[in-house]
Design a protein around this ligand. Structure first.
Ligand code: PLP
Length: 404
């Protein structure tokens, strides 16, 4: 960033543009040059926004709903969200305990900005979605990254949580199913962690349920407040329409949480934007209130892709891939390939070397584990066509076979 005489603010000096976006941009540039690149980097569902949702947006435009709306969500959308929390999660949030922003990313930003003082610690199980630690740092907080490897099922252990909590801990941030690992916490997994939190009243819990609707093999999604209602007055439950409804570009995320926090978040939002998109909010009312049957069909399709990718990767020497419970990512270990040499004579020292090699030689774009804080792994997003996945797996296997 520091070029042409521009000096960035110190709060962003050590933070770059999201690594996932960087890899995507590089792969897209290669594609424009005519190279047959397969991009398995982005967390972008491979289906279209449902038709009823698009129709609702068009109707909103026709009704003239193109003006500023209430700062943090229209009453109609807040009602639909409160009803969704009641229907699907068994949690009662009043309308002033609900907030809406331009994506779950902005919800996270508003929440940390509104609550974190310099030096406050935020416990983040690792691997984590790349924005978590960067947002915490931008807000002056200290991300406390706790490694949770494949052997631990990429899940935080009770002892780890107990050890990580200090007087300065402000938040614990949990994401289930997880981006990037696809690992999810069952009620039994969550219970001992929530018991630890009950013992530490100064620690608040932020849960990111973005992939709630993408779970496999009968996995029963549950969110912490539904398991332990005593935590409701210090938990922020985050969700959004991006992944379940293929609405990443519509930019609507939401959360339920204690009134005072929701109010403080609105203060931040009021200085960052005036309201979330009016049209997207109308469409999101339809997404949440409309037919939900297609979610099951999507699950079946994603599961098929997951099985294809997991078995394809595990058939490759040097790669070890755990079967994820949810989301549309695999986070595979590539430790067996570290130390090997490419046909061009370059030694693979890190997972980023490996993913560079895959991009250059196999023309397959995936994201290194280091982007999510845990190495040596790489993340594949399998929300793409079966034909592309099969071709990518073939190319990855061939490229790995050339390493010596
Ligand atoms: N949380 C997780 C775990 C994600 O993977 C993403 C997007 O990739 C987000 C939040 C942000 O979603 P949104 O599009 O609503 O900003």
């Amino acid at each position: 960033i520091e070029e042409a005489g521009f000096r960035p603010a110190s709060r962003i000096a050590s933070i770059g543009v999201s690594k996932i976006l960087q890899i995507g941009a590089r792969a897209a540039a290669m594609k424009r040059e005519g190279l047959p690149v397969i991009i398995l980097g982005a967390g972008e569902p491979d289906f279209d926004t449902p038709d009823n949702v698009k129709q609702a947006a068009k109707a909103a435009i026709d009704r003239g709903e193109t003006k500023y709306t209430a700062l943090d969500g229209t009453p109609e959308l807040k009602k639909a969200i409160a009803e969704k929390f009641r229907r699907e999660n068994g949690i009662d949030y009043a309308l002033d305990e609900v907030t809406v922003a331009t994506g779950a990313k902005q919800i996270l930003f508003n929440a940390f900005m509104a609550s974190v003082n310099p030096g406050d610690e935020v416990i983040i199980p690792t691997p984590y979605w790349t924005s978590y630690s960067d947002i915490v740092e931008i807000c002056g907080g200290v991300p406390v990254l706790i490694p949770c490897d494949a052997e631990a099922g990429f899940r935080l252990k009770t002892e780890q949580l107990e050890k990580a909590i200090t007087d300065k801990t402000r938040w614990v941030l949990l994401n289930s199913p997880s981006n990037p690992s696809g690992a999810a916490y069952s009620e039994a997994d969550y219970r001992p962690l929530l018991d630890v939190l009950l013992k530490h009243p100064h620690v608040w819990l932020m849960v990111d349920d973005m992939y709630e609707h993408i779970v496999y093999d009968g996995f029963r999604f549950v969110t912490p407040v539904a398991i332990e209602p005593q935590l409701k007055d210090r938990t922020l439950t985050i969700n959004g329409v991006s992944k379940a409804y293929a609405m990443t570009g519509w930019r609507i995320g939401y959360a339920g949480g204690p009134k005072a926090l929701i109010k403080a978040m609105a203060v931040i939002q009021s200085q960052a934007t005036s309201c979330p998109s009016s049209v997207s909010q109308a469409a999101s009312v339809e997404a949440l209130n409309g037919p939900q049957g297609f979610l099951k069909e999507r699950q079946a399709s994603f599961k098929h892709h997951r099985d294809l990718v997991v078995s394809g990767l595990n058939a490759i020497d040097g790669i070890d891939c755990r079967t994820p419970e949810g989301a549309f990512y695999t986070f595979a270990g590539c430790g067996g390939l570290i130390g090997k040499t490419t046909p061009a004579g370059k030694r693979i020292e890190t997972d980023a070397d490996f993913t560079d090699y895959l991009l250059e030689v196999a023309h397959v774009a995936v994201v290194p584990g280091s982007a999510f804080g845990l190495s040596p792994y790489f993340r594949i997003s399998y929300a793409t066509s079966e034909a592309e996945l099969k071709e990518a797996l073939k190319r990855i296997a061939e490229a790995c076979g050339k390493l010596a």
